[in-house]
Design a protein around this ligand. Structure first.
Ligand code: FAD
Ligand code: DLZ
Ligand code: SF4
Length: 507
């Protein structure tokens, strides 16, 4: 007989490992283990979400007639890690081999390879593009740009296609999708679920075991099974999707979700599939319930970005997370763990991250990510922070977004230029600056927005690398036109500000 491993982010019917199994003789192994919750200090909401969803999925498998050996976190026999649990169960059942769906992280892939037991890892075909398909697409290309990959995925799935042509005559409607924050939001936000008995039991366990991890456990409202996740999807398609495109990049202090789908955690854990989610959005467009710019924008995030970053993660190999092209070495400052700051934007995003285990894309990219890059933080530490604090974070999707897109630590594989901006971008796209200690219009002086100072500091420091980048020529031309005295003042103030931050001052 065989053991069939099902991990906490593999909660899908039709998982490749389950397809390889024999219901009559094999045993499904699921294990809540301290090692997975603590190799980075995951947000308590994320741990609770994964454990509750695992428990419900195990019940679902039992109902389907599977034999399931389920280990709870507080089980006295719990061996503490996935490999150790597999060995314990192999002995218990006299199993000779393990069948797994390939984990979404090199760390676990190699841990399974190292087991003193034959382990067959089958491809995770819950994605649209296989690793081989991505490698074929990548071969011989000088640049791995998402846009071309995305078009192939549109053709492959037929999503928003009219014959061989893209619906509406264009592949990409982003030009219509960058509106600043609206005054009022016409969507009530994600569907929230009251914890049931299973969830309550998990919440008690998590609050006992992981009280020291950054993040608020309660109120807890995530969906924890497929039925709830589908209800959440319907709710968003009806209320959020129509304006998703228009305000995708906007940020409001008191509106944490705006029109975003808040669906990454459900997709990444396997409660929803990428194609069904995209078909639901496409149907809304075909029924006239959502405009094309919103639907195309959403579908691009899923069959474009989500598939592309997974391709990059596996294509680039296990050393990807250690890359540090820009040589940044500053330690992650305490503000990322909730220490007081005078920067209203960073404070708000970290605070929301603490309460919700969620921030939307632009908050991650242009506030916390932008700040970490401008401040020269060690990308590995930035990566570990992002992996820990978001409910949707798993290394295959988080690392290319952080190491690649946000920190440019991969030297430009994912991003063609670094995502850096001064305070102007945040002022235009959000309402943070109005309530900030700093003045976004001030370029120097005691009240100058740190993003303004650090922006030039970053560009000046990395001049040799970026000066020749055609997309950055104009920026360097602006810097070069500034008089030497002003340039020196900006650089000195930036360096002084960073020194105060490093000394622990609440800057
Ligand atoms: P929406 O804005 O409603 O988008 C819908 C879906 O599109 C998302 O749920 C997601 O599945 C997909 N998507 C959108 N953008 C991306 C992207 N760049 N890469 C992959 N999928 C994308 N996404 C994660 O799923 N896990 C992460 O750990 C993660 N870390 C990130 C870190 C940084 C620094 C940045 C810049 C982005 C990160 N993203 C991550 C991508 C994106 O920010 C999140 O997918 C999104 O914010 C999740 O919220 P949502 O479900 O409301 O997404
Ligand atoms: C994220 C997570 C957590 C917090 N806990 C568990 C767990 O107890 N058992 C488990 O099987 N999976 C867990 N996971 C998900 C894994 O970390 C995930 O499968 C790997 O990181 C690979 O993506
Ligand atoms: Fe952020 Fe600068 Fe605006 Fe303050 S002034 S909220 S630091 S961008």
């Amino acid at each position: 007989m065989k053991l069939i491993l099902v991990l906490g982010d593999q909660l899908s019917d039709g998982l490749s490992a389950l397809r390889e199994a024999d219901k009559a003789s094999d045993v499904v192994v699921m294990a809540e283990v301290g090692a997975e919750a603590s190799y980075v200090p995951h947000h308590p909401k994320k741990i609770a979400f994964v454990l509750a969803a695992m428990r419900k999925f195990a019940c679902h498998l039992l109902e389907q007639g599977w034999r399931v050996a389920y280990t709870r976190l507080d089980d006295p026999e719990n061996a503490g890690s996935i490999p150790a649990e597999l060995l314990r169960r192999a002995e218990e059942f006299g199993a000779q081999e393990v069948i797994a769906t390939q984990p979404g992280e090199w760390r676990l892939i190699s841990a399974l390879e190292d087991l003193p037991l034959p382990v067959h890892q089958f491809a995770d075909d819950r994605f649209l593009a296989s690793q081989a398909e991505f490698a074929t697409w990548a071969e011989g290309r000088k640049q791995l740009r998402m846009e071309y990959f995305y078009r192939d995925m549109r053709r492959k799935t037929g999503l928003l296609m009219e014959g061989d042509d893209p619906a509406g005559g264009r592949w990409n409607f982003d030009a219509e999708n960058r509106k600043p924050a609206p005054g009022q939001i016409a969507y009530a936000g994600p569907l929230k679920f009251t914890p049931d008995v299973v969830v309550e039991e998990v919440l008690t366990l998590v609050s006992d075991r992981f009280a020291g991890h950054f993040g608020d456990l309660r109120p807890f409202w995530f969906a924890t099974d497929r039925e709830q996740a589908l209800a959440h999807l319907d709710h968003w398609i009806a209320g959020g999707l129509p304006l998703f495109g228009d305000f995708q990049d906007a940020m409001l202090r008191d509106e944490q979700f705006l029109y975003h789908a808040v669906i990454g955690l459900y997709l990444n854990a396997g409660l929803l599939g990428p194609l069904e989610v995209c078909r639901a959005a496409e149907n809304a467009w075909r029924a006239g319930d959502a405009p094309l710019n919103a639907v195309e924008g959403f579908i691009r995030q899923i069959i474009g970005w989500r598939e592309y970053v997974r391709g990059i993660y596996f294509h680039e190999g296990p050393d990807y997370v250690t890359r540090n092209t820009l040589g940044h070495t500053r330690d992650l400052p305490a503000v990322f763990w909730g220490a007081p700051t005078r920067m209203a934007c960073v404070g708000a995003v970290v605070d929301q991250t603490r309460t919700e285990a969620y921030a939307h894309h632009i908050q991650r990219l242009m506030v916390t990510g932008n700040f970490a890059l401008l401040a020269g933080i060690d990308p590995k530490q930035v990566h570990e922070w992002f992996l820990a604090v978001y409910a949707d974070a798993y290394e295959w999707v988080e690392a290319p977004n952080v190491i690649g897109m946000s920190q440019f630590a991969d030297g430009g594989i994912v991003a063609s230029k670094p995502y850096v901006s001064s305070g102007n971008y945040i002022a235009r796209m959000s309402d943070h600056c109005g309530s900030c200690h700093y003045k976004v219009k001030d370029k120097t002086g005691a009240g100058a927005c740190p993003f303004n100072l650090l922006y030039w500091y970053f560009l000046d420091r990395h001049r040799d690398r970026f000066r020749a980048n055609p997309r950055m020529g104009q920026i360097y031309a602006n810097w070069d036109r500034m008089n030497e005295g002003k340039k020196a003042l900006i650089l000195a103030e930036a360096s002084n500000w960073l020194a105060r931050m490093e000394a622990g001052e609440a800057v």
